[in-house]
Design a protein around this ligand. Structure first.
Ligand code: FES
Length: 256
């Protein structure tokens, strides 16, 4: 389905942690409802104005009843700084949804024990993923890693089967890597999103245990529709793939 583009109203904007914002936006185009793992590009400045490109931001949560889409994002650079200045009632240009995302209905059916592993701002798309799996009758276990403190994790209670947190500093949860929180052999499917070293490590653990593993990749994006080759990624496939169009979700075995 082609992405839709419209001016959307900001419902709420909150700072949830240092340099981490949660923005709620009204997305009325229900014919283009997003699902877990997809993203939109957001623009809060005129075309021709710096920065040149819109910012790709994953869907943190989508509510089909209220038409509210939530974006949890890190403020890093001019684009996200401008997004962070938006207040309730402001409008921004929203284009999407884009990308393949996680086919949660099929995954919930095919795999019995599902684990979600996220790190830092890479946890953003995993809330919608957890909600959809739970709604499909297969609530996952969730393990997250952060630097110092977690953010936006309380909402997983009652949705995820369990939630464990690790931090680099040990200020919260277990001190160490997120991969220390679980045994991959206890699962049939592992879904990943986070920093590349974390995902590589988690994917290696899954491969060693013979467990299917899907990862959601991040890339530098321009067009967001597979046209500019700006987010090309090397995989085991013969042809080059774009993270924005062919992904961002890939089988980890194809990537590492
Ligand atoms: Fe243009 Fe992905 S951003 S191909």
């Amino acid at each position: 389905m082609r992405a839709a583009c419209c001016d959307a109203k900001v419902l709420e904007q909150t700072v949830v942690e240092e340099n981490i914002c949660l923005m709620k936006v009204l997305w009325t185009d229900v014919a283009h409802a997003p699902h877990a793992g997809q993203f939109f590009t957001l623009r809060a400045w005129a075309h021709g104005e710096e920065p040149f490109l819109s910012r790709p931001i994953s869907v943190h949560s989508w509510d089909a009843d209220t038409h509210e889409v939530q974006f949890l994002y890190q403020v890093k650079g001019h684009g996200t700084e401008k997004l962070a200045k938006l207040k309730a009632g402001d409008t921004l240009q929203v284009t999407g949804p884009m990308g393949n995302g996680f086919d949660t209905a099929a995954l919930a059916k095919e795999y019995k024990r599902i684990l979600i592993v996220g790190g830092g701002i890479g946890t953003a798309p995993l809330y919608q993923t957890t909600k959809e799996l739970a709604a499909a009758g297969n609530a996952p276990d969730v393990c997250f890693g952060f630097t110092d403190v977690s953010y936006e994790t309380a909402k997983y209670k009652g949705v995820a089967k369990s939630l464990k947190v690790a931090t680099d500093s040990g200020k919260e949860g277990v001190k160490g890597f997120v991969t220390q929180l679980y045994n991959p052999a206890d699962y049939d499917l592992i879904l990943l999103c986070g920093p590349t070293p974390m995902m590589k490590n988690a994917a290696a653990g899954a491969a060693a245990a013979g467990v299917k593993c899907l990862c959601s990749l991040e890339g530098k994006m321009a067009c967001g529709i597979g046209a500019c080759l700006g987010c090309t990624c090397k995989t085991t496939r013969e042809q080059a793939v774009s993270i924005c169009k062919d992904g961002p979700v890939f089988d980890a075995k194809e990537v590492w």
